[in-house]
Design a protein around this ligand. Structure first.
Ligand code: HDD
Length: 723
């Protein structure tokens, strides 16, 4: 007779949509043990109409409600506590069967569901989104062979080489132990002390001081697996590999003053940005690519390919793009989905393997352990973590919060019934790559790990002028916040190991030692893929760009509606910001209900501003908030556009000789991203978007698609306007 203790699952793939329930007016409120509640608003107590007497402990409904609430928090992540996530899909457009057997990377007919969580590293769960920090980019693919997690960042290298240093680097950057300060910042003594003490941090520190650490949106940043993994093909040949995600919308950042302000004005800026884009059907997409290095070539470079503080230069090892990641479904409930999402670098599927990257090896211990402490031994049974393929393990039966009910009398292998047998490799069983190992037992890293400045110099040399300016400002801001002279003086000396010019500027700003010579001569080398300005969208686009239109009573309805339609038709998110939300009346009598009123929003929360013509400019000119909207947009390098009467209003807020605005009757003048003109409202059309576009709306759109007007800052104009 067949044993009755067979298996644990019905062997089918799980439909993730069935993990949710939707509450509606038909379903009565119950306790968690199921009885219907008749009065959820009052504790059971003794008394009468005149006297409220003592509350009764007998009230099991009230007691359970309060006691459950008392335990509603779980430990926040020790790093990356602040984050947000979404579901999506992975599609492969080219099979990588030559290098791997992993179905997710070889079967082009599959659509693999996935979950991504973006995060900041330093701040606690309630900190602000736009702080200067590395962003986490953690991907969980629910493949047919099990879950595959790529737990990456938006920066391709890491601070340290050996995982044993992780608690030190994190302690140094987190709020200091004596006063729990600062929150959401690396600008403090301990962090910079650590950076000085560990020259291996230099490369990542430059990335972190660059604009990469203040992204405009999660949708506009790259993702990197950072660590080196392996791919193994069906002949058993192994290649080393690094994983890349490159955003369709390009890589863009905020400017620093804006990031600082948004942290207070809208601490949820990035999570709202992601949610609203997905809600609008503007699904963010990333190309998925791999850098592949045959294992026999791993000694061919002047760096060790297993060192996570080094990039693999694209000139030497090109990225092969083979797939696309799309995010297309917001979570239904934050806590069970995003907060309880749990990733493990050790979760790989057959065809993918680890490497001897010493950081990865340590990470492989840490993540499973942290999930047990945050969520308990059965964390993988939670819906967001559960594989979609059948999973069944007769040994894992106990532990807090066990959900899955497994029938049968045995919970060990081998057993007399041969229940739940392992799979042979030919049946899809995971096997580790049989890498030959030899060596002495010692606390060591190979000698190439000892070189720490070369790639930091290449990174610095490869940045555009504007990015170098931002980097100098970022170093200066951070070191200015260090009040221990030992810290900022040593650090300015250390910067001279990468660039004497940068070290001199920073020393001047923060009062450090001005170095007399470079600590290490600059190698003068540059490489591609490091400056983020290289990552513009393939076709110019303003999709999902937040554009504000300022209006007050007496605005010109024709230019307002024509511009709004032109921008909306290109999928921009257009917001009317009016003197009052109760309604604003046009010169010709039409009434518009704005999305916001002047003081409810700030220019910082938009990518560009348009001011239609009309008599309303007289009101705008008397409103400090409306005026500051223009000056602040200018200082933050944002495209500004105005027509007819608005031309004068705009020019009065930006009083600089270099900025030209349209002379009376001139159809369009463009100057440093300020686009002005005298046009008939109806002519605001966009037929094409490009550098040689002629029309007023077209030129405005072109500048919005370029993100920011860097020339304004390079030529020293932005700094002259107070924001
Ligand atoms: Fe880590 C979380 C990324 C090194 C230990 N890490 C965490 C998350 C991301 C990264 C994106 C958040 C995942 C989520 O959204 O839930 N970590 C990285 C990258 C690293 C890195 C790209 C370098 C290549 N991490 C690293 C080391 C260790 C850890 C060397 C320990 C030895 N990381 C953790 C952790 C966390 C974590 C303590 C905290 C919460 C969690 O795991 O789930 O285990």
């Amino acid at each position: 007779m067949a044993p009755t203790n067979a298996s644990v699952e019905d062997g089918k793939f799980r439909d993730m949509a069935k993990d949710t329930v939707e509450l509606n007016g038909e379903q009565h409120m119950t306790t968690d043990y199921g009885i219907k509640i008749s009065d959820p608003d009052h504790w059971l107590r003794v008394g009468d109409d005149k006297h409220t007497g003592p509350s009764l402990l007998e009230d099991q409904i009230a007691r359970e409600k309060i006691m459950r609430f008392d335990h509603e928090r779980i430990p926040e992540r020790v790093v990356h506590a602040r984050g947000t996530g979404a579901f999506g899909t992975f599609k492969l457009f080219e099979s990588a069967a030559d290098v791997t057997t992993a179905g997710v990377l070889t079967d082009t007919s599959r659509t693999t569901p996935l979950f991504v969580r973006f995060s900041t590293v330093q701040g606690s769960k309630g900190s602000a989104d736009t702080v200067r920090d590395v962003r986490g980019f953690a991907v969980k693919m629910y493949t047919e062979e099990g879950n595959w997690d790529i737990v990456g960042n938006n920066i391709p290298v890491f601070f340290i080489q050996d995982a044993i240093k992780f608690p030190d680097v994190i302690h140094s950057v987190k709020p200091e132990p004596h006063n729990e300060v600062p929150q959401g910042q690396s600008a403090h003594n301990n962090f910079w002390d650590f950076i000085y003490m560990h020259s291996e941090t230099t490369h990542m520190n430059y990335w972190q001081m660059s604009d990469r650490a203040i992204p405009r949106s999660y949708r506009m940043m790259q993702g990197f697996g950072v660590n080196t993994y392996s791919l193994v093909n069906k002949e058993g040949k192994r290649n080393l590999v690094k994983f890349h995600f490159t955003p369709e919308l390009g890589v863009h950042s905020l400017v620093w003053d804006e990031a600082l302000k948004i942290a207070g004005q809208d601490p949820d800026f990035h999570r709202k940005d992601l949610i609203s884009a997905i809600e609008a059907g503007q699904f963010p997409r990333w190309k998925f690519g791999m850098q592949i290095l045959p294992e026999e070539k791993q000694d061919d470079f002047d760096f060790d390919p297993l060192d996570a503080t080094k990039v693999w230069p694209e000139e030497l090892i090109p990225i092969r793009y083979i797939g696309q990641l799309e995010l297309n479904r917001n979570v239904d409930e934050f806590f069970p989905q995003t907060e309880q999402a749990a990733f493990c670098t050790s979760h790989i599927v057959p065809g993918i393997d680890f490497s001897n990257d010493p950081l990865l090896q340590g990470r492989n211990f840490s993540y499973f352990d942290t999930q047990i402490s945050r969520l308990g031994a059965n964390w993988q049974e939670l819906p967001v973590n559960r594989p979609v393929c059948p999973y069944m393990n007769l040994v894992n039966r106990d532990g807090a919060m066990k959900h899955k009910i497994t029938k049968g009398t045995v919970n060990y292998w081998p057993n007399r019934f041969e229940t739940n047998p392992p799979a042979k490799p030919a049946e899809g069983g995971f096997t580790s790559y049989p890498e030959k190992q030899s060596g002495i037992k010692a606390r060591l890293l190979s000698e190439k790990f000892a070189e720490h400045y070369n790639q930091a110099q290449v990174f610095y040399n490869s940045l555009s002028e504007i990015e170098k300016m931002h980097l100098a400002k970022a170093f200066s801001f951070e070191l200015d916040h260090c009040d221990d002279p030992l810290v900022y003086k040593r650090m300015t000396e250390r910067i001279a190991a990468v660039s004497l010019e940068l070290a001199t500027t920073v020393a001047q700003n923060v009062g450090g030692e001005k170095p007399s010579k470079a600590l290490k001569p600059n190698n003068g080398a540059t490489a591609k893929g490091l400056s983020q300005l290289e990552y513009m969208p393939e076709k110019p686009t303003i999709a999902t760009r937040r554009i504000s239109i300022l209006i007050a009573d007496g605005f010109d309805y024709a230019s307002y509606t024509a511009m709004k339609e032109a921008l909306s038709s290109l999928d921009a998110f257009v917001f009317t910001v009016g003197a009052q939300r109760a309604g604003v009346t046009a010169e010709t009598g039409e009434k518009v209900v704005p999305d916001h009123f002047f003081s409810g929003m700030r220019s910082t929360l938009f990518d560009a501003v348009f001011v239609p013509g009309g008599k309303h400019v007289e009101t705008l000119a008397k409103n400090g908030v409306a005026k500051f909207w223009i000056t602040e947009s200018f200082a933050h390098l944002k495209p500004i556009c105005g027509v007819n009467e608005a031309v004068k209003f705009i020019s009065r807020q930006i009083v600089l000789d270099e900025i030209e605005v349209a002379a009376s009757g001139t159809p369009v003048t463009e100057s440093y991203g300020v686009v002005t003109g005298y046009v008939d409202g109806k002519s605001l059309k966009v037929d094409k978007v490009g550098p040689d576009s002629k029309g007023l709306a077209e030129q405005f759109v072109w500048h919005v698609s370029r993100h920011r007007n860097w020339a304004r800052e390079l030529d020293g104009l932005a700094d002259q306007i107070a924001a």
